[in-house]
Design a protein around this ligand. Structure first.
Ligand SMILES: Nc1ncnc2c1ncn2[C@@H]1O[C@H](COP(=O)(O)OP(=O)(O)OP(=O)(O)O)[C@@H](O)[C@H]1O
Ligand SMILES: [Mg+2]
Length: 235
């Protein structure tokens, strides 16, 4: 099982709906793993379980070799997993810099240090010129970049991206893919949920087998880019 993230036999039910059923897969250090699946397949729920928003009904989540099942999200973030949200909700009244600095304060105690880290991340994601703009004034792609920057500023070993390319124009999708690759090149592992994964899949040497579930799809270790189908949902 992978060294960075290990999801073992995770199930999650909401009332009568089995959102996740016995999901097993892992992410290694310096790896990018894609998760695809139809609406309602349980992709975001999987992120919510990994990041501590929900505890699984069965199974466990290990991060950096520690069993983090049931941990609060801020503790999981502190250990090294940060995520973006499918529906970005920027702090409307905070500036871009203030927002990203909040992420940086996850690991850095001084305001000056957190500001410096936030500026570095803003440079990386191409938002440095917008540092003083308020969240509510950003365009769709700028909001996506801000979500990413806030997560990245927390200093994660694993970045979980929930549909960062959704709603973007084709050229913006290419920019986003390039950005994710730059981030990964810096040593951060990436777990990415994406409906607009066709472009990402072009980069993939291997594809998962649709309908076989995460476990079957993620067994291959032959390529750095892998895709999987999150076919875990049954009603
Ligand atoms: N908190 C919740 N309470 C009840 N049902 C939920 C909850 N969260 C998710 N669900 C249900 O679980 C199923 C999986 O939802 P989830 O958001 O994980 O799917 P998804 O694969 O991310 O879909 P999409 O591609 O539309 O984002 C859906 O049927 C959803 O309605
Ligand atoms: Mg979702």
């Amino acid at each position: 099982m992978s060294a960075l993230l290990a999801v073992r036999g995770v199930s999650k039910r909401f009332g009568g709906l089995q959102a996740l059923s016995n999901v097993t897969f892992g992410v290694d250090h310096r790896e990018i793993v894609g998760i695809i699946g139809p609406n309602g397949a349980g992709k975001t729920t999987l992120f919510n379980v990994i990041t501590g928003v929900y505890a699984p009904d069965l199974g466990r989540v290990e991060l950096r070799g520690m069993d983090v099942t049931g941990w609060a999200p801020h503790r999981i973030c502190r250990l090294g997993a940060a995520r973006t949200f499918q529906i970005g909700k920027p702090f409307a009244a905070l500036s871009v810099l203030q927002t990203v600095r909040i992420g940086a304060l996850n690991r850095i105690d001084s305001m000056a240090g957190a500001t410096a880290r936030a500026l570095e991340v803003l440079e990386l994601v191409g938002l440095a010129g917008k540092r003083d703009d308020l969240g509510r004034h950003l365009t769709v792609i700028e909001r996506k970049r801000l979500e990413l920057a806030r997560a990245l500023a927390t200093g994660p070993a694993l970045l979980l991206l929930d549909e960062v390319a959704a709603g973007l124009r084709p050229n913006e999708i290419q920019e986003m893919i390039a950005l994710v690759r730059r981030i990964a090149a810096g040593g951060v592992s990436v777990l990415i949920i994406e409906h607009v994964l066709e472009a990402v899949m072009r980069l993939s040497a291997r594809r998962g087998v649709p309908g076989r579930g995460l476990h079957a799809c993620l067994k291959s270790r032959a390529s750095r880019w892998r895709t999987a189908t999150c076919a875990c949902s049954t009603t």
